[in-house]
Design a protein around this ligand. Sequence first.
Ligand SMILES: [Fe+2]
Ligand SMILES: [Fe+2]
Length: 134
Amino acid sequence: MDIEKKYNTGVVWQDFQHRQLMDLFFKVKEAKAKKTGDDVFKYSLAFLAMYVNHHFKLEEEYMEIYYFPDTDLHKKEHKDLIKKIKSFRKNYAEHDEQSINKLLITLNDWILNHILENDKKLGEYIISCEQKAK
Ligand SMILES: [Fe+2]
Ligand SMILES: [Fe+2]
C-alpha cells in the first residue's frame, strides 16, 4: 500500500524505514480484518524488536553528527517505544483481539505523533545540514 506523501521527511533512508513500519501497520490491520492474526502478530513483535533498535540507532547517530537541538526529547520518545514493545512481548505472547487492537493503536499513535511530528523535524534538520555542507 502506498503511503501519503505527508509522512515523507525527504531523507531517503528515513522514509524507506518509516514505510517499512507503515507496511507492518497495514499488514496487522489486514490480518485483523481477515482474522488471520496469529502468525502476523508474532511476526510483528519480532520485526518491531529488530526494527526499533536499528532505526532508532540510525536516527540518533544523525542527531549526534549534526547536533540536533531536540535530541533529548526525541531519544526519550524512542526509549519509551522500546519499553512499550518489550512489555508487549512479555504481556502478549499469544495473540487475541485485545492484543492486536493494542498493537494497532500503538503503531497508529507512533505514526501520527512521532513520525509526523518529531521525525519530520529531524528530517528537515538533516536536509538543511546536508545542504549547508555542500
Ligand atoms: Fe524518531
Ligand atoms: Fe523514525
